[in-house]
Design a protein around this ligand. Structure first.
Ligand SMILES: [Zn+2]
Length: 252
């Protein structure tokens, strides 16, 4: 989220977030934009909860607020001001002090100090530091001798989404996650978590990536070529991962 704010000017930020309700609506969209899954029972359907923008599971009635399990969980001050802290902390080139934040937002300095620390910690964890340069995404079947068919489920095989960050001629970061299928929702969830919206993303021509062109403005889809010829680093990364896994788990 901090990355998404980086491209906004203060003026645009003000327009996008005029009040706390717009912040809640933004968090709800971020959380459930690709569908709802109940944290308690895994059910996939929800209705409106009692509090604004919350969702209630239609199976077990568990209610989740848009702020639950986010940076804004149990924040005791105005959510809009918390959003401003995230904005100022993530956009200022020079580190903004809690005294400055306190003055700008009419909040207690201690409050600003504590929340700023939380924001900075979140920015440091890799999940919140998405790839913004050159990225490649592919998915591969693990746990079988032969290559599986995309989108088809097999109990012993696992479909794994792999994302790499390329720097010069090597790979600087690699993310991998087991995904339920190769549809655009599963792939998109993985990609949005690890890759920034304006990164140069390269994928093959698999249709699951097509709808994601609207989320990643610089996404290009190219033929993978014979034996992944157009994706040499990715091809090698997947081979290495498979080799490593075979060594660790003999049954894979
Ligand atoms: Zn439920």
């Amino acid at each position: 989220m901090e990355q998404r704010f980086k491209s906004l000017s203060l003026f645009e930020f003000r327009e996008k977030f005029p009040d706390a309700d717009s912040c809640l609506s933004y968090l709800a969209k971020l959380k459930w934009g690709n569908g709802f899954t109940c944290k308690k029972c895994g059910h996939g359907n929800s209705c409106r909860g009692m509090s604004p923008h919350s969702r209630q599971c239609t199976s077990c009635n568990y209610t989740e607020s848009p702020t639950a399990n986010t940076l804004f969980h149990k924040v005791k001050f105005d959510l809009l001001k918390a959003f401003y802290i995230v904005y100022f902390v993530s956009t200022n080139k020079k580190e903004i002090t809690s005294t400055e934040l306190s003055r700008k937002l009419s909040l207690r300095q201690k409050t600003c100090w504590a929340f700023k620390r939380k924001v900075m910690k979140a920015m440091k964890s890799s999940g919140n530091h998405p790839i913004n340069g050159d990225a490649e995404v592919d998915e591969a079947v693990f746990g079988g001798q032969e290559e599986g068919v995309r989108g088809r489920k097999n109990k012993n095989k696992k479909l794994v989404a792999v994302g790499i960050e390329k720097k010069k001629k090597g790979i600087s970061r690699l993310y991998a996650k087991v995904i339920p299928d190769a549809g655009s929702v599963s792939l998109g969830g993985f990609m949005k978590h690890h890759i920034g919206p304006s990164a140069n993303v390269k994928t093959d021509l698999w249709t699951g990536y097509k709808p994601l062109e609207k989320d990643f403005e610089n996404l290009v889809r190219v033929p993978s070529g014979k034996k992944g010829r157009n994706f040499p680093e990715m091809h090698r990364a997947i081979m290495n991962l498979k080799g490593w896994l075979r060594g660790v788990h003999h049954h894979v």
